[in-house]
Ligand binder design. Structure first.
Ligand SMILES: *[C@@H]1O[C@H](CO)[C@@H](O)[C@H](O)[C@H]1NC(C)=O
Ligand SMILES: *[C@@H]1O[C@H](CO)[C@@H](O)[C@H](O)[C@H]1NC(C)=O
Ligand SMILES: *[C@@H]1O[C@H](CO)[C@@H](O)[C@H](O)[C@H]1NC(C)=O
Ligand SMILES: *[C@@H]1O[C@H](CO)[C@@H](O)[C@H](O)[C@H]1NC(C)=O
Ligand SMILES: *[C@@H]1O[C@H](CO)[C@@H](O)[C@H](O)[C@H]1NC(C)=O
Ligand SMILES: *[C@@H]1O[C@H](CO)[C@@H](O)[C@H](O)[C@H]1NC(C)=O
Length: 313
């Protein structure tokens, strides 16, 4: 965002240096690939939290519908599998998994638009009607982010949105095609008549990062004295209470190895406004934790070779 904005401002600054008095008259419209949806018509829609409407939502560009139970999901991983290629985990932070549109009852749809299929390894492999979802073989979605002049976004994603055993951009593409295509506020129609191909993809990546910022899991746990350790274990309730103390709600915690190793967290929300820019209200998880409710749980330390320092959130 910053770099695109910055060059936009620079072009105006350059004009005024040369003494032009009427910018609207003398300035060519700068070519900036926008990622914004057109939300002008949302002003006339009733304000509400998603899943809390009492009458039908008319304009689904203004509130995620039916996927109004929005999950901001994160991983705690100890390795990437591609350390030798420089794919490392951010020190002192969990990583982004995605931003998911669950239905209000907790069920969900996936891969809703075959025309926006960028996932090189679709999972599940088939649409509900049994048709195979063809694997995407084109250039990585990172090249699209670059085309939009969003090196800043790309850098951030490579710091905090990390895949395991495959390149980061495969995870980003997977999340977009599986989830954003089922989120009404990212529908192509929401970008208006001037829609530029893939602006919804950039918009989704920005939105996922913005939502992630609301939930700094590493810090939330550390503030309760819970830090990764290979020498001690924790109880599920300790993780839950630490997060509840700051967000007011209990997220879903996921564990591997029969519920003994912490690996995931999902924050449940209703959103006032769009998924992109609205206000997230944190809610209790509607899914039962896969972590052992009574036994010891490991929150493992990473080894030094799997992580690196990155700029702050
Ligand atoms: C600038 O140009 C616009 C469009 O031609 C015109 O409507 C406006 O009056 C001009 N403003 C000034 C201050 O000259
Ligand atoms: C909320 O809006 C959706 C979409 O228009 C609609 O399907 C649903 O029935 C509405 N909920 C209520 C309680 O009216
Ligand atoms: C199955 O669903 C997909 C995705 O909605 C659609 O593109 C495809 O045409 C459908 N196939 C059949 C045979 O109905
Ligand atoms: C999980 O527990 C079952 C039953 O105790 C055991 O057979 C299995 O090996 C365990 N799996 C893992 C991954 O620890
Ligand atoms: C949870 O951990 C306890 C203590 O290690 C063990 O006895 C129990 O079987 C575990 N429960 C499940 C569901 O794995
Ligand atoms: C801690 O344990 C994890 C998982 O077994 C391992 O990958 C990691 O290297 C260990 N970290 C340290 C600092 O020993």
């Amino acid at each position: 965002m910053l770099s695109a904005r910055f060059s936009f401002l620079l072009s105006f600054a350059a004009v005024s240096v040369f003494g032009a008095s009427n910018l609207t008259e003398t300035c060519q419209e700068p070519v900036v690939l926008s990622s914004f949806p057109d939300l002008t018509s949302c002003l006339t829609q009733p304000g509400l939290y998603s899943c809390e409407n009492t009458t039908a939502i008319q304009n689904t560009c203004c509130s995620p519908t039916p996927g109004g139970l929005v999950l901001q999901t994160q991983f705690w991983s100890t390795y990437t599998g591609l350390e030798t290629k420089g794919q490392l985990l951010p020190k002192g932070s969990w990583t982004i998994h995605g931003l998911w549109p669950d239905n209000c009852d907790g069920s969900f749809e996936q891969y809703c638009d075959p025309n926006r299929q960028f996932d090189p390894a679709p999972s599940p492999a088939k649409f509900p009607n049994g048709t195979v979802i063809s694997a995407y073989k084109g250039p990585g979605v990172d090249t699209i982010v670059e085309k939009f002049g969003r090196g800043d976004l790309l850098d951030y994603m490579n710091d905090y949105w990390i895949n395991q055993n495959a390149p980061n951009q495969d995870l980003w593409a997977h999340e977009f095609s599986k989830h954003a295509t089922c989120t009404s506020t990212f529908d192509i129609a929401c970008y208006g008549a001037k829609y530029q191909k893939n602006q919804d993809l950039i918009n989704y990546f920005d939105a996922a990062i913005r939502a992630f910022h609301q939930y700094p899991t590493y810090d939330l746990l550390a503030a309760a004295g819970i830090v990764p350790s290979n020498k001690t274990t924790y109880k599920l309730e300790q993780f839950q209470n630490a997060i509840k103390a700051q967000t007011g709600a209990v997220p879903y915690f996921g564990c591997t190895q029969n519920g003994t190793i912490l690996s995931e967290v999902w924050y449940f929300n209703h959103v006032y406004g769009t998924e992109q820019y609205g206000t997230y209200k944190t809610l209790d998880s509607t899914s039962k934790s896969s972590c052992n409710a009574t036994g010891p749980i490991q929150y493992p330390e990473r080894s030094a070779k799997s992580e690196h320092e990155v700029r702050g959130l």
